[in-house]
Design a protein around this ligand. Sequence first.
Ligand code: NAD
Length: 247
Amino acid sequence: MLQEKVALVTGAATGIGEAVARRFAEEGARVYLFDRDAETNCRVAASIGAAGGWAEAITGDVRRAGDLAGLVEAARARFGRIDILVNNAGIFPRQPFLEITDEQWDEMQDVNLKSMFRLSQLALKSMMAARAGKIVNISSVTFFLGVGNLAHYTASKGGVIGLTRSLARAAGPYNVHVNCVTPGFIQTESEVRFVGDDEARRMVADQCLARRITPLDVARVCQFLACELSDGMTGQCLNVDGGWVMH
Ligand SMILES: NC(=O)c1ccc[n+]([C@@H]2O[C@H](COP(=O)([O-])OP(=O)(O)OC[C@H]3O[C@@H](n4cnc5c(N)ncnc54)[C@H](O)[C@@H]3O)[C@@H](O)[C@H]2O)c1
């Protein structure tokens, strides 16, 4: 379904980003995996290659404009275009509201939001010239719920939805689609580090579906938003949360 498409995925070394990269490669895409964790990222790219897919690992920090430019340039130099961008890299350290420092607030916005603005700007130039493209931004249902010890995170994820909507308006005339995925409580290693078994059971009990939602569940929806099946959609936000939040 993504045969020969050129895709960039940030935060691709683990969790949701890794699942997206693997899924896209299985569907025939040429995938650039971007992550600050060089070792794990290279390992994932190598294992995609060993399974018959096309993947290249690029090491970098989404907070550094030069690293993002290097990612876009690598794809353009090799294939002359970028078909798909999945803005996924993110951090979610919990912190009581009164203890959040200016530095922590700024870091959160830089990693989770500003990076998406910068990379979308870079990729959009190429997509506009081709009059085709799909951008998928990863937000979070925490924006709809409000979470007390994640105010800086929740604000950044609301910003991602705002960015998605405005960018969809700006990019639509050029046939570039911009949509957003809001995952719920996803069974990634990072999430498991923060949430114990009891809290996990409580959160699953709040969902309609009585099971943990996995990175692959999220990756499948990203695939839908990256392929022609979603050609009539832009500026939208899809919850992948087992039916936790409804709107
Ligand atoms: N896991 C969940 O339950 C959940 C729920 C809602 C939204 N999300 C969102 O999904 C995305 C992925 O989350 P995950 O659970 O897979 O997390 P994860 O920690 O497993 O993966 C995040 C990846 O991003 C990379 N990364 C972090 N900061 C970076 C930086 N500055 N530069 C480059 N790479 C960086 C990390 O090295 C890691 O490989 C995030 O945006 C997160 O906010 C996750």
